[in-house]
Design a protein around this ligand. Structure first.
Ligand SMILES: Cc1cc2nc3c(=O)[nH]c(=O)nc-3n(C[C@H](O)[C@H](O)[C@H](O)COP(=O)(O)OP(=O)(O)OC[C@H]3O[C@@H](n4cnc5c(N)ncnc54)[C@H](O)[C@@H]3O)c2cc1C
Length: 412
């Protein structure tokens, strides 16, 4: 079949690779190069992850097989330990995850935490939390909630945590039990001892290497934002006037009503228009030497929620003799605001450059997932498939985006 893929981010590149052996595949990419959110630039000698600081890990065997078929694992990647910390408002550095290291905090906090855990244990009545606030309080207790989980998550999600449904974060939430938290604190269990505590990272080029390699051998038309998708009477699709048998849409579902013209119902269009999301301002900085991979920032003194110490992921990420990192803010920040904020952030970040990406975090309410899945099924029956973080409006990491592409390739 002739298949058009709209969008050459990780999802589009993955489905392109999976289909190209048996089909005639053309990718259309709005930007001047493929990669979507994982693109990197070299600025003043530092590797700049234009969004976040992408690392790779997964527990999905089919994704591991797919991913490693493109790389020489030993030669091209490092396997690194997560060495993350929470930098508290008073300057204390506490290893991550905080609930296993409460013994680093004051006696009062530790006493409050133990009392909370005992109360949680006594109150086990089978009631399920209905929102993120209830989940966090019910799992970790009020003391840690007020000290860390609440201020940290409010900075990321920029909303009352009661308005964050749990379905949004499914599979991403830590689920330690009271017994595990007590044991981990008493035994002083380190993050490095957990299964998810390592990740892979390219020795050269960071996640740009992933985008480049997944692009190899694909027919990609860059600088081509697809503007019209039109279904023909014979079931084929016209993509900006060119005929295809199938279309895989890996762009943003919000642009579908305009691209499809009158192809969507008024109700579906209204619901798509109402979908909410966040953007991210990623600031490349030179920063004090430190041994960490991620530094989480619950402090209310500034607006950043984390520092990603990309300079520590690979030696080639840094300019000679300098350490670099990405300081992250939710939503748009001007350079003036950024420079002012950086003065209040630990490790003395010094501004190099920044990038604002408008669509980084899809926000779901309790009805979003069902609505998008139903729409995906209806369009899929017509040969237009939705695949990807913003096409499916799901909080996908790269591995889950690849898993979605693998699943779709089997159906096609
Ligand atoms: C801050 C942050 C940190 C992250 N860190 C990690 C991490 O460490 N590890 C991890 O595994 N994942 C991480 N992720 C998730 C990861 O970025 C995504 O899973 C992945 O990049 C999604 O790829 P995608 O192709 O679905 O979407 P995108 O990357 O958004 O790609 C969509 C592409 O479609 C193009 N497009 C859109 N509309 C059109 C159109 N009409 N015509 C043509 N082209 C179009 C866009 O230009 C873009 O290139 C992170 C995400 C964020 C926001």
């Amino acid at each position: 079949m002739k298949i058009a893929v709209v969008g050459a981010g990780i999802s589009g590149l993955s489905i392109g690779q999976l289909l190209r052996a048996n089909h005639d595949v053309t990718l259309f990419e709005a930007d001047s190069r493929p990669g979507g959110l994982v693109k990197c630039d070299r600025v003043d000698g530092h590797l700049f992850h234009r969004t976040g600081g992408h690392v790779f890990n997964t527990r999905r065997p089919e994704v591991l097989d797919f991913f490693w078929s493109f790389f020489d694992r030993e030669r091209e990647f490092v396997k690194a330990d997560r060495n993350s910390v929470v930098s508290m408002s008073d300057g204390a550095i506490v290893p991550y995850p905080i609930e296993n290291h409460v013994y680093y905090l004051s006696d009062d906090v530790l006493r409050g935490f133990i009392a909370d855990l005992l109360a949680i244990n006594a109150q086990r009545d089978g009631t399920e939390p209905q929102n993120f606030e209830q989940f966090l309080q019910g799992r970790f207790g009020r003391t840690l909630y007020e000290l860390y989980f609440r201020p940290y998550n409010e900075k990321i999600w920029r909303r009352d945590l009661k308005r964050v449904p749990l379905s949004w974060l499914e599979g991403k939430l830590p689920m330690p039990t009271v017994d595990e938290m007590l044991f981990n604190n008493i035994r002083k269990v380190e993050e490095r001892q957990f299964v998810h505590s390592t990740f892979y990272y390219a020795k050269n080029g960071g996640s740009q290497l992933i985008a480049d390699r997944l692009s190899d051998g694909l027919d990609i038309e860059c600088n081509h934002p697809v503007c019209t998708l039109q279904r023909m009477a014979d079931g084929s699709w016209m993509v900006d006037g060119r005929r295809f048998d199938r279309v895989v849409f890996c762009g943003n579902i919000k642009s579908l009503p305009a691209i499809l013209g009158d192809g969507l119902s008024a109700d579906a269009t209204a619901r798509i228009d109402a979908l909410e999301s966040h953007g991210t301002t990623s600031v490349l900085c030179e920063i004090d030497e430190n041994p960490y991979s991620w530094v989480y920032l619950p402090s209310r003194d500034h607006l950043s929620h984390r520092i990603i110490c990309t300079g520590n992921f690979s030696a080639t990420n840094r300019a000679a003799g300098k350490m670099s990192a990405v300081v992250e803010f939710t939503d748009f920040m001007s350079e003036t605001e950024i420079r002012e904020q950086l003065q209040r952030i630990p490790f003395h970040p010094r501004y190099v450059t920044h990038n604002f990406e408008r669509y980084t975090y899809p926000v779901q309410d309790a009805a979003t997932r069902l609505f998008v899945r139903q729409l995906r099924d209806v369009l899929g029956e017509k040969g237009l498939y939705l695949c990807g973080r913003f096409a499916e409006w799901e909080y996908y990491n790269m591995d889950v985006a690849m898993a979605s592409a693998i699943e779709l390739s089997k159906r096609i």
